[in-house]
Design a protein around this ligand. Structure first.
Ligand SMILES: NC(=O)c1ccc[n+]([C@@H]2O[C@H](COP(=O)([O-])OP(=O)(O)OC[C@H]3O[C@@H](n4cnc5c(N)ncnc54)[C@H](OP(=O)(O)O)[C@@H]3O)[C@@H](O)[C@H]2O)c1
Length: 342
Protein backbone atom coordinates (compact mmCIF):
# COMPACT_ATOMS: atom_id res chain seq x y z
CA UNK A 1 0.00 0.00 0.00
CA UNK A 2 1.29 3.46 -0.93
CA UNK A 3 0.84 6.04 1.78
CA UNK A 4 1.32 9.82 1.66
CA UNK A 5 1.63 12.30 4.52
CA UNK A 6 0.33 15.78 3.69
CA UNK A 7 1.87 18.14 6.23
CA UNK A 8 4.78 15.80 6.96
CA UNK A 9 6.90 18.43 8.74
CA UNK A 10 4.41 19.19 11.53
CA UNK A 11 4.36 17.34 14.84
CA UNK A 12 1.60 14.91 13.86
CA UNK A 13 3.23 14.41 10.43
CA UNK A 14 6.54 13.64 12.13
CA UNK A 15 4.82 11.22 14.51
CA UNK A 16 3.14 9.51 11.54
CA UNK A 17 6.61 9.13 10.04
CA UNK A 18 7.95 7.54 13.25
CA UNK A 19 5.09 5.03 13.42
CA UNK A 20 4.84 4.26 9.69
CA UNK A 21 8.62 3.70 9.49
CA UNK A 22 7.99 0.50 11.46
CA UNK A 23 4.99 -0.62 9.37
CA UNK A 24 5.77 -3.77 7.38
CA UNK A 25 2.97 -3.47 4.79
CA UNK A 26 3.17 0.11 3.52
CA UNK A 27 5.52 2.29 1.50
CA UNK A 28 5.75 6.01 2.15
CA UNK A 29 5.24 7.33 -1.37
CA UNK A 30 4.87 11.11 -0.90
CA UNK A 31 5.54 13.76 1.76
CA UNK A 32 4.35 17.35 1.52
CA UNK A 33 5.54 20.66 2.91
CA UNK A 34 5.11 24.15 1.54
CA UNK A 35 7.99 25.70 3.53
CA UNK A 36 10.54 22.96 2.72
CA UNK A 37 9.34 21.77 -0.71
CA UNK A 38 12.25 20.28 -2.64
CA UNK A 39 14.27 19.45 0.48
CA UNK A 40 14.92 16.06 2.06
CA UNK A 41 12.84 15.18 5.14
CA UNK A 42 16.17 14.75 6.97
CA UNK A 43 16.96 18.40 6.25
CA UNK A 44 14.13 19.29 8.66
CA UNK A 45 14.59 16.29 10.98
CA UNK A 46 18.20 15.02 10.82
CA UNK A 47 17.13 12.03 12.92
CA UNK A 48 15.85 10.63 9.61
CA UNK A 49 19.24 10.65 7.86
CA UNK A 50 20.10 7.38 6.10
CA UNK A 51 16.46 6.56 5.36
CA UNK A 52 15.12 6.17 1.84
CA UNK A 53 12.30 8.70 1.74
CA UNK A 54 10.68 10.75 -1.03
CA UNK A 55 11.62 14.43 -1.14
CA UNK A 56 9.23 16.95 0.34
CA UNK A 57 6.93 18.41 -2.30
CA UNK A 58 4.17 21.03 -2.40
CA UNK A 59 0.65 19.78 -1.81
CA UNK A 60 -1.00 19.40 -5.23
CA UNK A 61 -3.92 17.06 -4.48
CA UNK A 62 -4.09 15.39 -7.93
CA UNK A 63 -0.35 14.64 -7.84
CA UNK A 64 -0.47 13.25 -4.32
CA UNK A 65 -3.56 11.14 -5.06
CA UNK A 66 -1.81 9.65 -8.10
CA UNK A 67 0.99 8.45 -5.81
CA UNK A 68 -0.98 7.20 -2.80
CA UNK A 69 -3.78 4.78 -1.93
CA UNK A 70 -4.12 6.37 1.51
CA UNK A 71 -3.36 10.02 2.34
CA UNK A 72 -2.99 11.29 5.90
CA UNK A 73 -3.83 14.98 5.94
CA UNK A 74 -1.92 16.34 8.96
CA UNK A 75 -2.78 19.94 8.13
CA UNK A 76 -4.31 22.88 9.94
CA UNK A 77 -8.12 22.99 9.79
CA UNK A 78 -9.40 24.93 6.77
CA UNK A 79 -6.38 23.72 4.74
CA UNK A 80 -7.64 20.14 5.08
CA UNK A 81 -11.11 20.85 3.69
CA UNK A 82 -9.50 22.69 0.80
CA UNK A 83 -7.63 19.57 -0.41
CA UNK A 84 -9.62 16.56 0.85
CA UNK A 85 -12.40 16.72 -1.80
CA UNK A 86 -9.82 16.57 -4.63
CA UNK A 87 -7.87 13.73 -2.95
CA UNK A 88 -11.10 11.70 -2.71
CA UNK A 89 -12.13 12.58 -6.26
CA UNK A 90 -8.82 11.26 -7.56
CA UNK A 91 -9.23 7.95 -5.80
CA UNK A 92 -7.31 8.15 -2.51
CA UNK A 93 -8.82 7.21 0.82
CA UNK A 94 -8.17 9.96 3.37
CA UNK A 95 -7.52 10.01 7.10
CA UNK A 96 -7.80 13.65 8.14
CA UNK A 97 -6.22 14.69 11.44
CA UNK A 98 -7.78 18.15 11.48
CA UNK A 99 -11.20 19.09 12.83
CA UNK A 100 -12.67 19.79 9.38
CA UNK A 101 -14.72 16.59 9.05
CA UNK A 102 -15.28 15.65 12.71
CA UNK A 103 -18.72 17.21 13.07
CA UNK A 104 -22.00 15.82 11.80
CA UNK A 105 -23.54 19.27 12.24
CA UNK A 106 -22.36 21.88 9.72
CA UNK A 107 -23.95 24.54 11.92
CA UNK A 108 -21.84 23.54 14.92
CA UNK A 109 -18.66 23.44 12.82
CA UNK A 110 -19.33 26.87 11.37
CA UNK A 111 -20.13 28.35 14.77
CA UNK A 112 -16.77 27.24 16.23
CA UNK A 113 -14.48 27.27 13.17
CA UNK A 114 -15.45 28.98 9.90
CA UNK A 115 -17.62 28.47 6.84
CA UNK A 116 -17.31 24.91 5.57
CA UNK A 117 -16.22 24.63 1.93
CA UNK A 118 -17.14 20.92 1.55
CA UNK A 119 -20.24 20.40 3.73
CA UNK A 120 -21.52 17.48 1.65
CA UNK A 121 -18.61 15.40 3.01
CA UNK A 122 -19.63 15.87 6.66
CA UNK A 123 -22.29 13.18 6.33
CA UNK A 124 -19.86 10.77 4.61
CA UNK A 125 -16.93 11.15 7.00
CA UNK A 126 -16.64 8.55 9.76
CA UNK A 127 -15.48 9.72 13.20
CA UNK A 128 -12.25 7.77 13.68
CA UNK A 129 -12.62 6.45 17.20
CA UNK A 130 -12.19 2.69 16.60
CA UNK A 131 -13.59 1.67 19.98
CA UNK A 132 -16.96 3.16 18.94
CA UNK A 133 -17.07 3.16 15.13
CA UNK A 134 -14.86 0.27 13.96
CA UNK A 135 -17.34 -1.23 11.48
CA UNK A 136 -17.94 2.10 9.71
CA UNK A 137 -14.19 2.94 9.67
CA UNK A 138 -13.49 -0.32 7.82
CA UNK A 139 -15.56 0.83 4.81
CA UNK A 140 -14.86 4.56 5.02
CA UNK A 141 -13.31 6.61 2.23
CA UNK A 142 -12.85 9.55 4.62
CA UNK A 143 -12.01 9.16 8.30
CA UNK A 144 -12.10 12.19 10.59
CA UNK A 145 -9.48 11.43 13.21
CA UNK A 146 -10.68 12.66 16.64
CA UNK A 147 -9.13 15.48 18.63
CA UNK A 148 -6.79 14.62 21.49
CA UNK A 149 -8.93 16.02 24.34
CA UNK A 150 -12.07 14.35 22.93
CA UNK A 151 -10.27 10.97 22.77
CA UNK A 152 -9.18 11.25 26.40
CA UNK A 153 -12.69 12.27 27.57
CA UNK A 154 -15.07 10.29 25.35
CA UNK A 155 -13.38 6.89 25.86
CA UNK A 156 -13.70 6.69 29.67
CA UNK A 157 -17.27 8.01 29.65
CA UNK A 158 -18.53 5.83 26.77
CA UNK A 159 -19.26 2.62 28.72
CA UNK A 160 -21.09 4.49 31.49
CA UNK A 161 -23.16 6.63 29.11
CA UNK A 162 -24.14 3.59 27.04
CA UNK A 163 -25.45 2.04 30.26
CA UNK A 164 -27.27 5.25 31.22
CA UNK A 165 -25.46 5.39 34.58
CA UNK A 166 -24.46 9.09 34.60
CA UNK A 167 -26.45 12.24 35.45
CA UNK A 168 -25.81 14.04 32.18
CA UNK A 169 -25.73 17.56 33.60
CA UNK A 170 -23.00 16.61 36.10
CA UNK A 171 -20.02 16.04 33.78
CA UNK A 172 -16.89 18.14 34.35
CA UNK A 173 -13.71 17.42 32.39
CA UNK A 174 -10.51 18.96 33.73
CA UNK A 175 -7.77 18.21 31.21
CA UNK A 176 -4.05 18.87 30.91
CA UNK A 177 -1.99 18.70 27.72
CA UNK A 178 1.65 18.82 26.73
CA UNK A 179 2.70 21.75 24.54
CA UNK A 180 3.11 19.73 21.31
CA UNK A 181 -0.72 19.79 21.19
CA UNK A 182 -0.42 23.30 19.78
CA UNK A 183 1.63 22.17 16.77
CA UNK A 184 5.07 23.21 15.54
CA UNK A 185 4.36 26.59 14.00
CA UNK A 186 5.77 29.52 15.99
CA UNK A 187 3.39 31.08 18.51
CA UNK A 188 4.22 33.29 21.47
CA UNK A 189 2.07 31.19 23.80
CA UNK A 190 4.20 28.10 23.04
CA UNK A 191 7.62 29.70 23.62
CA UNK A 192 9.86 28.00 26.21
CA UNK A 193 9.70 30.92 28.65
CA UNK A 194 5.91 31.06 28.37
CA UNK A 195 5.32 27.38 29.15
CA UNK A 196 8.19 26.15 31.30
CA UNK A 197 8.01 26.32 35.12
CA UNK A 198 4.39 27.43 34.99
CA UNK A 199 0.97 25.80 34.66
CA UNK A 200 -2.12 27.48 33.29
CA UNK A 201 -5.71 27.00 32.24
CA UNK A 202 -6.79 28.35 28.86
CA UNK A 203 -9.87 28.47 26.63
CA UNK A 204 -12.36 27.56 29.38
CA UNK A 205 -15.81 27.31 27.66
CA UNK A 206 -14.10 28.59 24.47
CA UNK A 207 -12.00 25.61 23.42
CA UNK A 208 -12.96 24.17 20.03
CA UNK A 209 -12.82 20.62 21.36
CA UNK A 210 -15.79 21.28 23.67
CA UNK A 211 -18.48 21.01 20.92
CA UNK A 212 -16.74 17.92 19.51
CA UNK A 213 -16.80 16.24 22.93
CA UNK A 214 -20.44 17.24 23.42
CA UNK A 215 -21.46 15.92 19.99
CA UNK A 216 -19.90 12.53 20.77
CA UNK A 217 -21.27 12.30 24.33
CA UNK A 218 -24.72 13.25 23.03
CA UNK A 219 -24.55 10.49 20.39
CA UNK A 220 -23.57 7.99 23.10
CA UNK A 221 -26.32 8.97 25.52
CA UNK A 222 -29.08 9.73 23.02
CA UNK A 223 -29.71 13.16 24.63
CA UNK A 224 -28.13 16.59 24.40
CA UNK A 225 -25.07 16.67 26.70
CA UNK A 226 -23.37 19.86 27.88
CA UNK A 227 -20.19 19.64 29.91
CA UNK A 228 -17.86 21.97 31.78
CA UNK A 229 -14.44 21.62 30.13
CA UNK A 230 -11.26 23.26 31.43
CA UNK A 231 -8.10 22.60 29.38
CA UNK A 232 -4.65 23.31 30.85
CA UNK A 233 -1.17 23.53 29.39
CA UNK A 234 1.47 21.39 31.09
CA UNK A 235 5.19 22.25 31.00
CA UNK A 236 6.08 19.08 29.08
CA UNK A 237 6.30 18.30 25.39
CA UNK A 238 3.78 15.46 25.08
CA UNK A 239 1.16 13.72 27.16
CA UNK A 240 -2.42 14.36 28.24
CA UNK A 241 -4.31 13.61 31.44
CA UNK A 242 -8.05 14.17 31.87
CA UNK A 243 -9.76 14.11 35.25
CA UNK A 244 -13.48 13.65 34.66
CA UNK A 245 -16.05 14.20 37.40
CA UNK A 246 -19.55 12.72 37.02
CA UNK A 247 -22.41 11.76 39.35
CA UNK A 248 -23.98 8.34 39.12
CA UNK A 249 -27.77 8.18 38.83
CA UNK A 250 -27.99 5.39 41.40
CA UNK A 251 -25.68 3.93 44.00
CA UNK A 252 -23.04 1.54 42.76
CA UNK A 253 -20.06 -0.28 44.23
CA UNK A 254 -16.55 0.36 42.88
CA UNK A 255 -16.58 -3.22 41.58
CA UNK A 256 -19.68 -2.41 39.47
CA UNK A 257 -17.82 0.45 37.76
CA UNK A 258 -14.75 -1.75 37.30
CA UNK A 259 -16.91 -4.43 35.66
CA UNK A 260 -18.60 -1.97 33.29
CA UNK A 261 -15.25 -0.53 32.15
CA UNK A 262 -13.52 -3.93 31.94
CA UNK A 263 -16.35 -5.48 29.92
CA UNK A 264 -16.66 -2.60 27.48
CA UNK A 265 -12.96 -2.57 26.65
CA UNK A 266 -12.03 -6.21 27.15
CA UNK A 267 -11.32 -6.82 23.45
CA UNK A 268 -9.75 -3.41 22.80
CA UNK A 269 -5.99 -3.60 22.21
CA UNK A 270 -5.34 0.04 23.13
CA UNK A 271 -7.53 0.76 26.14
CA UNK A 272 -6.23 -0.45 29.52
CA UNK A 273 -8.35 -0.24 32.65
CA UNK A 274 -6.27 0.06 35.79
CA UNK A 275 -7.25 -2.21 38.68
CA UNK A 276 -8.72 -0.54 41.78
CA UNK A 277 -5.98 1.05 43.85
CA UNK A 278 -4.01 2.13 40.77
CA UNK A 279 -4.35 5.34 38.74
CA UNK A 280 -2.73 6.01 35.35
CA UNK A 281 0.02 8.53 34.68
CA UNK A 282 1.25 10.10 31.44
CA UNK A 283 4.66 8.36 31.57
CA UNK A 284 2.86 5.02 31.32
CA UNK A 285 1.55 5.86 27.84
CA UNK A 286 4.32 8.13 26.53
CA UNK A 287 5.12 7.24 22.92
CA UNK A 288 2.36 4.58 22.84
CA UNK A 289 -1.13 4.26 21.40
CA UNK A 290 -2.66 3.36 24.77
CA UNK A 291 -5.46 5.13 26.59
CA UNK A 292 -5.08 4.20 30.26
CA UNK A 293 -8.11 4.67 32.52
CA UNK A 294 -8.53 4.52 36.30
CA UNK A 295 -11.28 5.67 38.65
CA UNK A 296 -12.36 6.40 42.24
CA UNK A 297 -15.91 6.33 43.58
CA UNK A 298 -17.24 8.02 46.73
CA UNK A 299 -20.99 7.59 47.24
CA UNK A 300 -22.38 8.63 43.84
CA UNK A 301 -19.42 10.85 42.91
CA UNK A 302 -17.26 9.23 40.28
CA UNK A 303 -13.80 10.50 39.31
CA UNK A 304 -12.32 9.01 36.12
CA UNK A 305 -8.68 9.59 35.18
CA UNK A 306 -7.53 8.93 31.63
CA UNK A 307 -4.09 9.31 30.06
CA UNK A 308 -2.99 9.33 26.44
CA UNK A 309 -0.02 10.59 24.45
CA UNK A 310 -1.62 13.49 22.55
CA UNK A 311 0.54 12.77 19.49
CA UNK A 312 -0.16 9.02 19.43
CA UNK A 313 -3.62 7.88 20.63
CA UNK A 314 -4.54 11.58 20.47
CA UNK A 315 -3.49 11.91 16.81
CA UNK A 316 -1.07 9.89 14.65
CA UNK A 317 -1.25 6.49 16.42
CA UNK A 318 -5.03 6.54 16.26
CA UNK A 319 -4.74 7.56 12.58
CA UNK A 320 -2.55 4.51 11.86
CA UNK A 321 -4.94 2.33 13.88
CA UNK A 322 -7.70 3.61 11.57
CA UNK A 323 -5.57 2.89 8.50
CA UNK A 324 -4.97 -0.68 9.67
CA UNK A 325 -8.72 -1.16 10.11
CA UNK A 326 -9.46 0.34 6.67
CA UNK A 327 -6.92 -1.97 5.04
CA UNK A 328 -8.03 -5.09 6.92
CA UNK A 329 -4.64 -5.46 8.64
CA UNK A 330 -4.17 -6.43 12.29
CA UNK A 331 -5.07 -3.26 14.20
CA UNK A 332 -1.89 -3.27 16.25
CA UNK A 333 0.48 -3.36 13.24
CA UNK A 334 3.32 -0.85 13.86
CA UNK A 335 1.60 0.25 17.07
CA UNK A 336 2.91 -2.31 19.50
CA UNK A 337 5.21 0.12 21.33
CA UNK A 338 6.32 0.09 24.95
CA UNK A 339 6.14 3.38 26.90
CA UNK A 340 9.17 5.65 26.97
CA UNK A 341 10.14 5.70 30.66
CA UNK A 342 11.41 8.05 32.08
N1 LIG B 1 -0.49 18.34 17.80
C1 LIG B 1 -1.39 17.53 18.31
O1 LIG B 1 -1.23 17.00 19.42
C2 LIG B 1 -2.65 17.23 17.54
C3 LIG B 1 -3.52 16.25 18.04
C4 LIG B 1 -4.68 15.93 17.34
C5 LIG B 1 -4.97 16.60 16.15
N2 LIG B 1 -4.13 17.58 15.70
C6 LIG B 1 -4.51 18.24 14.43
O2 LIG B 1 -3.65 17.74 13.41
C7 LIG B 1 -3.40 18.77 12.43
C8 LIG B 1 -1.88 18.96 12.32
O3 LIG B 1 -1.40 19.35 13.60
P1 LIG B 1 0.14 19.54 13.92
O4 LIG B 1 0.24 19.71 15.39
O5 LIG B 1 0.94 18.49 13.24
O6 LIG B 1 0.41 20.96 13.19
P2 LIG B 1 1.80 21.65 12.81
O7 LIG B 1 2.89 21.08 13.64
O8 LIG B 1 1.56 23.10 12.84
O9 LIG B 1 2.03 21.18 11.29
C9 LIG B 1 1.22 21.63 10.23
C10 LIG B 1 1.67 21.02 8.91
O10 LIG B 1 0.81 21.50 7.88
C11 LIG B 1 1.58 22.10 6.85
N3 LIG B 1 0.86 23.28 6.34
C12 LIG B 1 0.59 24.42 7.04
N4 LIG B 1 -0.11 25.27 6.27
C13 LIG B 1 -0.28 24.67 5.07
C14 LIG B 1 -0.91 25.03 3.85
N5 LIG B 1 -1.51 26.23 3.70
N6 LIG B 1 -0.90 24.16 2.80
C15 LIG B 1 -0.28 22.96 2.93
N7 LIG B 1 0.36 22.55 4.07
C16 LIG B 1 0.35 23.39 5.11
C17 LIG B 1 2.91 22.48 7.49
O11 LIG B 1 3.89 22.41 6.48
P3 LIG B 1 5.12 23.46 6.29
O12 LIG B 1 5.08 24.40 7.47
O13 LIG B 1 6.35 22.62 6.26
O14 LIG B 1 4.84 24.13 5.00
C18 LIG B 1 3.09 21.36 8.51
O15 LIG B 1 3.67 20.23 7.88
C19 LIG B 1 -4.10 20.04 12.96
O16 LIG B 1 -5.33 20.18 12.29
C20 LIG B 1 -4.30 19.75 14.44
O17 LIG B 1 -5.41 20.41 14.99
C21 LIG B 1 -2.97 17.88 16.35
Amino acid sequence: MRVAIAGATGYTGLELMRILSAHPHITISALTSETYAGREFAHVYPGYLKRELPRLEPLVPEKIAAKADIVFTALPHKEAMRVVPALLKHGSRVIDLSADFRFKSQKTYERWYQEHSAPSLLGRAVYGLPELYRAAIKKAKLVANPGCYPTSIVLPLAPLLRKNMITLSSIIADSKSGVSGAGRSAKTASLFCEVSETFKAYGVFEHRHQPEIEEQLSALSGSQVKIAFSPHLLPMSRGMLSTIYARLKTNARPQDIQDVLDNFFKKEPFVRIHPQGSLPHTAGVRGTNFCDIGFRLQDKQLVLISCIDNLVKGASGQAVQNMNIMLGMPETTALDMAPLYP
